[in-house]
Design a protein around this ligand. Structure first.
Ligand code: B3K
Ligand code: ZN
Length: 872
C-alpha cells in the first residue's frame, strides 16, 4: 500500500451540487440508487480530466447512467475500487445503482447492521462502501435521502435534515424522504432504520426557535437516556453563551447503537453513538461513565459548528475540527464541574498516552503530512495534542481576543472546507497576535523537553529563569526547530506566599513567558526574597518540564501553590521520585526500602477538612503503571508493578487510621446524583478504601465486602469489586461471580466485568482470558467486548507480559483474526505492541517476533501501516 501526501493535495476536478439517494433496505441485498448532480469545478479552469469516483471492494455496481443514458460497459472502467468515466459533459446527472450487504459488513463502516437495526458510519471514508462518490471532505453537497423498508420491522427510518415526505410504495413498503438543506461532505451522511423507542424533548434557542430533540435506542434502553438529554440541552445552551453558536436545523437526533468502532459520530442532525457513550443510569453506570456521556454528547453537538458548518479541506486537516472540538468539550466539562479536576484528568491522560504515542513509531504531527490509512490518524496526537494547541492559542490571545478569533473563523468560513492555517489566520487577524512561529506546533511531531534553571541575586533583588527547549527526533523528522511555547509561571516565597515581581512593565506573581528560541533568560526585578518557581501552571503547554526541585520545595508547592493544577503536579513528582527509586531497587533485585516523604504530605491532606475532596482524591492516586512506563527509559513491567504495590502498601499501613476515617466521613447520603460534589465525595471515599484495603487492618476487608453488597449505585459497587480483585480479597472470586449474575442482562455492565476479569492477575491469567472469550457474554463482532477483554488483558502484567511471550502471541492471534473482519479495530489493538523497543530486552524480542508474524499475513492497510512502521 502506498502513502497519500499532503503536498499532493489538488482541488476536486468535479463538484456535486445535489446528491439524491434511495435505499431499498434489505438485510443482505440493499439496493442504493444515487443521482449525483455534477459539474466540472470552475477552479480547475478548462479541464478534460476523467471522472474518478471512489468505491469499495464490497460494493457491487449494477448500472451507471449519465443524463438518463445507460452507459455500456466500454464507456466506464472499474480499477482498484474506483469507477472511471473518461468522457463527460461539463454538467450532468450521474446515476449509479449499487448492491450492498449490510448484514455481512463486519468492518462497521458504510451501511451495516447492529442488533436488529441498520446504521451507518461514514467518517472518514465509509461512504464509498455505500455507493460510488467523490468521497472527500471538500466535496460538499445537498443531500436528499429516500429510505424504503418494511414498516413493521423498521418503523423508525432516519437520515440527515428534516423529514419531508412519507408514503407507501407499490409493493406495500413504506418510504420516507429526508432533506438536509446544509451542504455537507459525504462523511457526515447517516441513515438509521429499526424498531426503536424514542425520548422527545424541546430546546428553545437564544433566538427563540424551538428545536425538537430526539434520542432513539432499542426498546430496552430507553429508560437510560435522561442524563444524555439533559447533557445535550446544557451543551446547546453553553455553545450559545460561550461561542455565540446557535443550532441551525429544526430537529436534532441521537441514536444509540451497540456495535460501533469509536465513541460517537457527529453526522449532521443525526448523531450516532456507541451505546457506552450515551446510556446512563445510577445502578448501571459509574461516575466516570456519566461524565464521559456528558462530554461525548457535548463533543458531537459542538461539531455542528466546528466540523459540520466549517469542515476540513482534506483529512490531513483532521485536527482542525477534532483539536478545536476537544478543546471546546473540555472547556464545557470544566464549566459544568471543577476546572482543576478536569484539567488534571485531561493532562494526566495526555502525559500518559499521547506522550507515549509521540515517543513511538507512529509519532506524527498534529497535522500529519502523510498517511497510508486515514483511520489510523484518529489519534491522541490529532485529538488531545490538537486541543492543547488550541488551548495555547487561547492562552496567547486571552479570553476576549480568542472569542473574536473564533467568531471570525466561523463567519469567514461558514459552509467551507478549510485548513488548520485558515483557523490560525482567523485567530491572528482578529487579535493582532503574530502566530507565524507558533504554527510550527502543527507540523512538528514529538514532545518538547523544556529545562529550567534559575538564580536569585540577593543584592539586586533580581531573579532569572533560564529556559531551554529541545524536541527529540521522531520517525521521518530527524531535526527539529524551536517552538513558540507559552510557559505560565508563578513565584512563591519560601514561606509559601505569593511573591510579586516586575516583569515587562507589569507587577504580578503570575506571568506568561514566551519561549521562542532554543534558550532564553527571563529576568524578574524587585523580587524581595528568593522565589520557588511554580512552572507551567495549569499545564500551559504540552511539554516535558525539567527543573531540579528539592523534596522540600515540592512539599511546599503541594501545600501552598495557588495553582491547583501545580499542587497535583508537585505530588505526582514526589511520587514519581519515590517510585523511580523503588523501580531501580526492583530491577537490581534489591529488597524494597523507602523513607516515604509522601506519608507526611498525604497525612496533612487527609486531615485537612477544608480541601476539595476531588482534589485530595486526585493527589492520592499514585502515578499509573502506564505513566511510569512512559517515563521509563527501559520498561520493566514487573518492576513497575512491584514498586507501585510496595509504595501503596507502605502508605496504607502508615496511614490506615486516616484512610478509615476519611472513608467513613465521605459516604454520600441520599439519592444518587452525578453532580460534581457527590462525585468528589465518592471519589475520595473509594480512593481511601483502595488504600485502607491494602493495609493490615482486617476491618477494611469487611468494609469492601459490605460496600459491594450494600451499594445502591454502580460507582460504589464497582469500586468495591475492583478493590477486592486488586487486593486479592478472599471473596474476590465470589464477588465477581455474584456481579455477573446480578448484571448479565446489562451488556454495558458485563463489559466492565469482562475488563476487570481479564485484568485479574493470576498464574494462569492467559487461560482465564481465553475462557472469557468463550464465555456466552463475549461477542467478537462487538468492538466494546473485544476492547474490554483485550484492554483488560493488556493491564494484566503477569499475563500479558509473561516472560515466555504467550501473552503477546495471544494478542497477535486476535489481531490476525480481526484484521480481515474489522481492520480499524484490529489496527487499534496493535498499540501495546508498537512499544516493543522500550521494553526490557527479553520481552522486547518476543514482542518484535509477534509483530513480524503479523506482518507476514495478508494485511489490511490499517494493520499494515501500524505494524510496518513499528518494525521500521
Ligand atoms: N468524528 C468521529 C470519529 C470518526 C472516526 C472514524 N474512523 C468522532 C468524533 O471525533 O467526534
Ligand atoms: Zn470529534
Amino acid at each position: 500500500p502506498s502513502a497519500i501526501l499532503l503536498k499532493d493535495y489538488k482541488v476536486p476536478p468535479f463538484l456535486i451540487d445535489k446528491t439524491e439517494l434511495t435505499f431499498d433496505l434489505d438485510e443482505t441485498n440493499t439496493v442504493v440508487t444515487s443521482h449525483l448532480h455534477m459539474r466540472r469545478n470552475p477552479a480547475c479552469g478548462k479541464s478534460t480530466q476523467p471522472l474518478v469516483l471512489d468505491g469499495g471492494e464490497d460494493i457491487k455496481l449494477i448500472g451507471v447512467a449519465m443524463d438518463g443514458y445507460t452507459l455500456p460497459s466500454e464507456e466506464y472502467r472499474l480499477v482498484d475500487d474506483k469507477l472511471i468515466i473518461t468522457a463527460t459533459a461539463d454538467e450532468f446527472v450521474l446515476t449509479c445503482e449499487t448492491l450492498i450487504d449490510p448484514q455481512n459488513n463486519t468492518r462497521l463502516e458504510g451501511l451495516y447492521r447492529s442488533s436488529s437495526m441498520f446504521c451507518t458510519q461514514c467518517e472518514a471514508e465509509g461512504f464509498r462502501h455505500i455507493t460510488y462518490y467523490l468521497d472527500r471532505p471538500d466535496v460538499m453537497s445537498v443531500f436528499t435521502t429516500t429510505i424504503i423498508a418494511d414498516e413493521t420491522r423498521y418503523p423508525v427510518m432516519l437520515s440527515n435534515g428534516n423529514e419531508t415526505e412519507r408514503g407507501k410504495t407499490d409493493e406495500g413498503k413504506t418510504f420516507v424522504v429526508w432533506h438536509d438543506p446544509f451542504p455537507k461532505p459525504a462523511y457526515l451522511f447517516a441513515l438509521v432504520a429499526g424498531d426503536l423507542a424514542v425520548k422527545n424533548d424541546v430546546f428553545t434557542t437564544q433566538s427563540k426557535r424551538d428545536i425538537k430533540l430526539q434520542i432513539f435506542t432499542e426498546r430496552h434502553n430507553i429508560d437510560k437516556v435522561n442524563y444524555a438529554m439533559e447533557a445535550l440541552k446544557r451543551s446547546m445552551r453553553w455553545d450559545e453563551e460561550t461561542y455565540g453558536r446557535e443550532y441551525d436545523l429544526d430537529i436534532f437526533m441521537i441514536v444509540a447503537v451497540d456495535d460501533f468502532n469509536m465513541g460517537a459520530m457527529e453526522n449532521k442532525g443525526l448523531n450516532i453513538f456507541n451505546s457506552s457513550c450515551l446510556l446512563a443510569s445510577p445502578e448501571t453506570t459509574t461516575d466516570d461513565a456519566f461524565l464521559r456521556v456528558e462530554s461525548v454528547v457535548a463533543h458531537e453537538y459542538f461539531h455542528n459548528w466546528s466540523g459540520n458548518r466549517v469542515t476540513c479541506r482534506d483529512w490531513f486537516q483532521l485536527s482542525l475540527k477534532e483539536g478545536f472540538t476537544v478543546f471546546r468539550d473540555q472547556s464545557f466539562s470544566s464549566d459544568m464541574h471543577s476546572e482543576t479536576v478536569k484539567r488534571v484528568e485531561d493532562v494526566s491522560f495526555l502525559k500518559t498516552a499521547q506522550f507515549a504515542e509521540d515517543a513511538g513509531p507512529m509519532a506524527h504531527p498534529v497535522r500529519p503530512s502523510s498517511y497510508i490509512e486515514i483511520s489510523n490518524f484518529y489519534t491522541l496526537t490529532v485529538y488531545e495534542k490538537g486541543a492543547e494547541i488550541v488551548r495555547m492559542i487561547h492562552t496567547l490571545l486571552g479570553e476576549e481576543a480568542f472569542r473574536k478569533g473564533s467568531d471570525l473563523y466561523f463567519e469567514r468560513h461558514d459552509g467551507q472546507a478549510v485548513t488548520c492555517d485558515d483557523f490560525v489566520a482567523a485567530m491572528q487577524d482578529a487579535s493582532g497576535v503574530d502566530l507565524t512561529l507558533f504554527k510550527r506546533w502543527y507540523s512538528q511531531a514529538g514532545t518538547p523537553v523544556v529545562t529550567v534553571t534559575d538564580e536569585y541575586d540577593e543584592q539586586t533583588k533580581t531573579y532569572r529563569l533560564t529556559v531551554k527547549q529541545h524536541t527529540p527526533a521522531t520517525p521521518a523528522q530527524p531535526t527539529k526547530l524551536s517552538l513558540h511555547i507559552p510557559i505560565r509561571v508563578g513565584l512563591i516565597s519560601e514561606q509559601g506566599d505569593a511573591l510579586t515581581a516586575d516583569f515587562h512593565n507589569e507587577r504580578s506573581d503570575d506571568f506568561v513567558l514566551h519561549l521562542k528560541d532554543n534558550e532564553q533568560t527571563f529576568e524578574f526585578t524587585s523580587v524581595h526574597s528568593k522565589p520557588i518557581p511554580s512552572l507551567l501552571r495549569s499545564f500551559s503547554a504540552p511539554v516535558k518540564l525539567h527543573y531540579e526541585y528539592t523534596t522540600e520545595q515540592l512539599l511546599l508547592l503541594l501545600s501552598c501553590d495557588s495553582d491547583g493544577f501545580n499542587r497535583w503536579s508537585a505530588a505526582q513528582q514526589l511520587a514519581v521520585n519515590e517510585l523511580s527509586q523503588l523501580i531501580q531497587q526492583a530491577e537490581n533485585g534489591d529488597a524494597f526500602s523507602i523513607d516515604s516523604n509522601l506519608v507526611a504530605g498525604f497525612k496533612a491532606l487527609l486531615e485537612d477538612e477544608t480541601l476539595d475532596p476531588a482534589m485530595v482524591a486526585l493527589i492520592l492516586k499514585l502515578p499509573s503503571q502506564a505513566y511510569l512506563s512512559e517515563l521509563a527509559e527501559v520498561i520493566d513491567p514487573q518492576a513497575i508493578k512491584g514498586a507501585r504495590h510496595f509504595l501503596k502498601v507502605t502508605i496504607a499501613n502508615a496511614l490506615a487510621a486516616q484512610f478509615a476515617d476519611v472513608y467513613k466521613k465521605h459516604v454520600v447520603m441520599g439519592k444518587y446524583q452525578a453532580n460534581a460534589q457527590d462525585i468528589a465525595h465518592r471519589s475520595l471515599k473509594n480512593t481511601a478504601l483502595s488504600y485502607w484495603a491494602e493495609s493490615a487492618d482486617q476491618r477494611a476487608q469487611t468494609a469492601v465486602a459490605e460496600q459491594f453488597k450494600q451499594a445502591d449505585n454502580m460507582t460504589d459497587q464497582f469500586a468495591a469489586l475492583s478493590i477486592a480483585v486488586k487486593t486479592n480479597h478472599k471473596s474476590a472470586q465470589n464477588m465477581l461471580t455474584a456481579f455477573y449474575e446480578q448484571w448479565k442482562a446489562e451488556p454495558l455492565v458485563v463489559n466492565k466485568w469482562l475488563m476487570l476479569s481479564a485484568s485479574q492477575e493470576s498464574d494462569d491469567a492467559l487461560g482465564a482470558v481465553k475462557a472469557l472469550m468463550e464465555h456466552p457474554s463475549f461477542d467478537l463482532k462487538n468492538p466494546n467486548k473485544v476492547r474490554s477483554v483485550l484492554g483488560g488483558f493488556g493491564q494484566n502484567t503477569s499475563g500479558f507480559h509473561h516472560k515466555d511471550g504467550s501473552g503477546y502471541q495471544f494478542l497477535a492471534d486476535q489481531i490476525i483474526v480481526l484484521n480481515k473482519r474489522n481492520p480499524q479495530l484490529a489496527s487499534r489493538l496493535c498499540t501495546p505492541l508498537t512499544r516493543w523497543k522500550k521494553l526490557k530486552p527479553e520481552l522486547s524480542v518476543q514482542m518484535k517476533q509477534q509483530l513480524e508474524r503479523i506482518l507476514a499475513e495478508d494485511l489490511s492497510k490499517d494493520v499494515y501501516e501500524v505494524v510496518s512502521k513499528s518494525l521500521a
